[in-house]
Design a protein around this ligand. Structure first.
Ligand code: ADP
Ligand code: GLC
Length: 487
């Protein structure tokens, strides 16, 4: 089977969050299962260092029409990586910028995002016509959701495209790509798409909604989130469409790329360790505390780590509410993240008020993320919602015990520790409130006091296997089912 991925992020080229990890890891796994996979990405400024000075064009120029002008996009051949073919859509006026969606993460979007991702999706369709139309277009999130909208309208009568099916994966229903109604003529779409059963939502053009309507099959990134998004609480306005399509919706939990995330061989760590020999973790903890400027922290004081986009989704307002009570405990907090100013400021202030106990680095830094995973004793994810979440799965592998809110993929991956039976992998709270968060942290702090059972808890997590092979097989089942249905 030939599968074309269209997405706005992929490691190592462009990343703001877990979408990039997934688009980087799933395609090579599909190749291992015997499929042909091509990945299309925009050629952002961040991609440039991965390409040679002299670009190789697979397609020199694609004309993308807009109402009063044409834009021209090249298709740069990124070559094969782990058996996956990469192509980059080159349109410097739209993509050669510092940010992917806006000037800075969390600080607003570019005004021309409809045009940017509209061009991207059209260019992928045109490129596929020349370089190979796949059986399946697998598109990700709102940025690629214009592809099925275009395919089933503008390209409806195109014989080359007739047989191609589309699978759309929702990584986060909270980001939908809302634009004004004028987007319809701007992208040369027919006006009949602007209907409440299609792309229209509260008089705006909603890319993700259009993708949900026009794709053959929908997936999301955990079984629990697949249920949650069918409710008004989690559907962010799209729950009626998702309920309507519930027969075509499946939750497939994300995997972990253990070639990147394994404490036994992670080159970003000060020392290595494994379930058989945990000693190196102490060195990683020392290294982490040093990197964050925390000195004289006794071994009996647990370190809580955070690595996150600072977005409302992630529940840090709960942390702000319990901050002072948390600081009264015998605990150290280390946070790495960036995003919305309100959370950046909270962490900065908290660290300034408690310099011996709280340290924060406001930035995006992959090497530091690995250090936090390895050097912390506990990992905090109090998310309001979490479609899958990868960091809790990385934490399990690193023997760093997750404390999470039971939602989406967090609910599906973490089992509450039971000191009596010695079963469980972390600590979970259900209610949407700071008291339950603090209670879960307190349970973790109590468990930490018993060294022996804590090690059992760490090892339970380290023994979990979330490698990509299993989810990749589930995606192949989905592709096969979609092709079967199309006949
Ligand atoms: P989301 O996609 O919602 O941000 P995930 O848990 O799926 O959440 O994935 C987040 C990914 O982004 C992880 O690989 C995590 O390590 C990484 N990440 C998030 N913030 C940072 C940061 N400030 N520096 C480095 N890596 C980060
Ligand atoms: C989104 C979600 C996250 C998920 C990631 C990759 O950004 O917020 O939970 O793990 O996509 O699917």
């Amino acid at each position: 089977m030939h599968i074309v991925f269209a997405a706005s992020e992929c490691v190592p080229f462009a990343k703001t969050g877990g979408l990039a990890d997934v688009v980087g890891a799933l395609p090579p796994e599909l190749v291992k299962l015997g499929h042909q996979v091509t990945v299309y990405l925009p050629l952002y400024k961040s991609v440039r260092p991965f390409l040679p000075e002299e670009l190789t064009f697979a397609v020199r120029s694609i004309t993308v029409p807009f109402p009063y002008y044409n834009r021209f996009a090249g298709v740069v051949d990124g070559g094969l990586r782990d058996g996956v073919q990469f192509y980059f859509i080159d349109c410097p006026e739209l993509f050669d910028r510092d940010g992917f969606y806006g000037p800075k993460t969390g600080a607003g979007d570019y005004g021309d995002n409809a045009e940017r991702f509209g061009l991207f999706c059209r260019a992928v369709l045109e490129a596929a016509k020349q370089l190979g139309v796949p059986e399946i277009f697998h598109v990700h999130d709102w940025q690629a959701a214009l592809l099925p909208i275009l395919l089933r309208t503008v390209y409806y009568f195109d014989p080359a495209m007739r047989s191609a099916a589309v699978v759309l994966t929702i990584h986060n229903a909270g980001y939908q790509g809302w634009f004004p109604p004028s987007t319809v003529p701007q992208l040369l779409l027919p006006w009949d798409v602007f209907h409440m059963d299609k792309v229209e939502q509260n008089d705006t053009f909603n890319c993700l909604k259009g993708g949900l309507v026009y794709s053959d099959y929908l997936t999301t990134v955990s079984p629990t989130y697949a249920q949650e998004i069918q409710t008004p609480e989690f559907g962010a306005g799209l729950d009626p469409v998702l309920r309507r399509r519930h027969w075509d919706l499946r939750g497939i939990l994300n995997g972990v790329d253990y070639t990147e995330w394994d404490p036994a061989r992670d080159p970003k760590l000060a020392a290595h360790y494994s379930p058989e020999n945990l000693e190196g973790k102490i060195e990683c903890r020392r290294d982490l505390l040093h990197a964050f400027g925390l000195v004289d922290v006794p071994d009996t004081t647990p370190v809580i780590g955070i690595v996150s986009r600072f977005a409302t989704q992630k529940g840090f307002d709960f942390v702000a509410e319990i901050a002072d009570r948390l600081a009264e405990r015998n605990v150290v907090l280390v946070a790495l993240g960036s995003g919305e100013p309100i959370y950046e400021n909270f962490f900065r202030d908290f660290a300034a008020r408690r310099p011996h106990q709280v340290a924060v680095q406001i930035k995006y830094d992959d090497a530091v993320a690995h250090k936090v995973e390895a050097g912390s004793d506990m990992f905090l994810m109090p998310s309001r919602y979490e479609p899958s979440g990868l960091n809790q799965m990385y934490s399990l592998k690193y023997g760093t015990v997750p404390v999470v809110r039971a939602t989406g993929g967090l609910e599906d991956t973490i089992v509450e520790w039971n000191a009596e039976t010695g079963a469980g992998t972390g600590f979970k709270f259900y209610g949407y409130n700071p008291q339950e968060l603090l209670a879960a942290i307190d349970r973790a702090l109590t468990a930490f006091q018993d060294k022996e059972s804590w090690q059992k808890l760490m090892r339970n997590g380290m023994a979990k296997d979330y490698s990509w092979e299993h989810p990749a097989r589930e995606y192949v089942e989905v592709y096969t089912e979609v092709l079967r249905r199309r006949g």
